[in-house]
Design a binder for this molecule. Structure first.
Ligand code: CTP
Ligand code: MG
Length: 227
């Protein structure tokens, strides 16, 4: 089994959560969301190291938390950017070793180890693999509030993180996106721009991103179920 490094953008401000501070410091079952996420990778023997992008003013708080929660695999903390893609780009520039890398939202603490394993396996063989789940709702394209078209749901996937890549490929994609001024909503988009096929690995519906306050309620339930 191939090992990997995980890049975790954690430099957002959590505007939609409305806590008035970075949502990653909110607690689930008495432990900060960020620490729940890092703990998944701390416990995964195939994870060689973590690179975090953080807001410089939050770095001391995060360093204290790493101590308090016994997180030992953080190799670097780099300053995040105004957009998520820039925060990830900073992690990419900080990595030295090649191999397979994962990009994972620090706000998704419920990712399963078997999905991570599969992503690393597929990215190692083919270059790029992303986690996703089949769309459950009917999706329609609208124009000015009127339905224009109903999309064939059997082809639709909701995409999550982690997204796994051979490092050299992700680095090339990131540098090209920067040069072109292209802003994607995930790393897959910038790799797609290179014309490289990106494979989907089926994930689980409980790999939710803690985005709005309802997600915290769901998160508490998920933690109870797993204990
Ligand atoms: N992120 C980041 N740098 C940014 C924006 C986001 O590192 N400039 C990180 C967040 O900390 C989070 C992940 O990217 O772990 C996913 O982003 P999102 O869920 O959108 O978090 P926020 O941007 O913090 O939330 P919001 O969009 O509601 O402000
Ligand atoms: Mg955001």
């Amino acid at each position: 089994m191939e090992t990997y490094t995980v890049m975790l953008p954690a430099a957002g401000s959590g505007r939609r959560m409305g806590a008035g501070f970075n949502k990653l410091f909110l607690e689930l079952a008495g432990k900060p969301i960020l620490m729940h996420t890092l703990d998944v990778f701390e416990r995964d023997h195939n994870c060689e190291g973590m690179i975090l992008s953080v807001k410089p003013e939050e770095r001391p708080t995060i360093e204290q938390m790493l101590q308090a929660y016994g997180i030992t695999k953080v190799k670097a903390m780099v300053p995040g950017g105004a957009e998520r893609q820039q925060s990830v780009a900073a992690c990419i520039q900080a990595h030295q070793d090649g191999g397979v890398v994962l990009v994972h939202d620090a706000a998704r603490p419920f990712i399963h180890q078997d999905v991570i394993r599969k992503l690393v396996e597929v990215a190692s063989e083919y270059g790029a693999a992303i986690a996703g789940v089949p769309v459950k709702d009917t999706i329609k394209v609208t124009v000015d509030g009127v339905v224009e078209q109903t999309v064939d749901r059997s082809k639709l996937w909701s995409i999550q993180t982690p997204q796994a890549f051979r490092y050299e490929l992700l680095k090339e994609a990131s540098e090209k996106a920067e040069a072109d001024g292209f802003l994607g909503t995930d790393e897959s988009m910038i790799v797609e721009q290179l014309g490289v096929p990106v494979r989907i690995v089926e994930s689980t519906y409980d790999n939710v991103k803690m985005t709005t306050s309802e997600d915290l309620l769901f998160g508490e339930v998920l933690l109870k179920r797993r204990q």
